[in-house]
Ligand binder design. Structure first.
Ligand code: NAI
Length: 253
């Protein structure tokens, strides 16, 4: 797929990796549909895409809401007259141990609400946006590419029952959709980033951050542009489908 003039939707495009990917693709001539919960962040991201040289439109949408997602992707197809790609990137963290004890007593458990919030956005959100995007791609008859953003935590990270389960889930959807959607000219790939220097990482405790960086073979966090470059490679290479690309500096959990 050529990036020039392609219409690509990015969820969670208001900041962090989503915004970095949108800017990177805009600089290469793609037309961006920027999706996020927060309108102000979307306005800023749209300006950044314009400055990078690409056309963009903004869509305020909660990826965990079926009605909002279906309406948003229908609007994107109508506004642009095409939909060539989607990056399922929106995600949240609500970390906590499954069980926490002190002096043999259980002091805390991962709350159901804490579990559900992450599953709703990080797993159900990807299902809803992938389904809506594929529906529009099929209706438009232009084929397309779906990229699910997972995480190194898909392998199972302490304190992340909810997040690890969701990220393993979106990774599992990649080969399923690659098999089911190939007949419509749609490819599906995943990216599992390691530790990337964004706001989500900035919210981590400094001690935890330092410990993580020391354990990365390349001894540094990844840059958002390095994830964006991977997304561009996936769009452009027509023989990639059904696989995960791990961009983590060699880190293993
Ligand atoms: P971030 O927190 O900086 O940005 C996430 C964006 O998603 C925000 O703009 C937020 O408003 C939006 N968002 C959250 N819930 C939403 C919802 N329900 N509907 C629509 N938009 C919503 O996060 P970051 O770091 O840029 O991460 C992006 C993706 O990359 C996430 O899926 C994350 O799990 C994944 N990831 C990030 C890593 C990192 O080191 N930053 C490492 C591995 C994976």
């Amino acid at each position: 797929m050529k990036l020039q003039d392609s219409v690509i939707a990015v969820t969670g495009a208001g900041q962090g990796l989503g915004r970095a990917m949108a800017e990177y693709l805009a600089a290469r001539g793609a037309r961006l549909a920027l999706i996020d919960l927060v309108p102000e962040k979307l306005e800023t991201a749209a300006i950044a895409c314009r400055e990078a040289g690409g056309d963009s439109r903004i869509y305020v949408c909660n990826v965990a809401r079926e009605d909002e997602v279906d309406a948003t992707f229908a609007a994107i197809a109508r506004d642009f007259g095409a939909l060539n790609g989607v990056i399922n990137n929106a995600g949240i963290l609500r970390d906590g141990l499954l069980i926490k004890t002190k002096d043999g007593e259980i002091t805390q458990r991962m709350e159901l609400a804490q579990w559900q919030a992450v599953i709703d956005v990080n797993l159900t959100g990807v299902f809803l946006c992938g389904r809506a995007a594929a529906s529009q791609m099929i209706a438009l008859g232009n084929g397309g590419v779906i990229i699910n953003i997972a995480s190194i935590s898909r392998a199972g990270n302490m304190g992340q029952s909810n997040y690890s389960a969701a990220k393993a889930g979106v990774s599992a959807l990649v080969p399923v959709w690659a098999k089911e959607l190939a007949r419509y000219g749609i490819r599906c790939m995943g990216i599992a980033p390691g530790f990337i220097e964004t706001d989500m990482v900035a919210s981590m405790k400094p001690e935890a951050l330092e410990k993580m960086t020391a354990g990365i073979p390349l001894k540094r966090m990844g840059q958002p542009e390095e994830i964006a470059q991977t997304a561009a490679f996936i769009f452009e290479n027509e023989y990639l489908s059904g696989r995960m690309i791990e961009v983590d500096g060699g880190l293993r959990l």
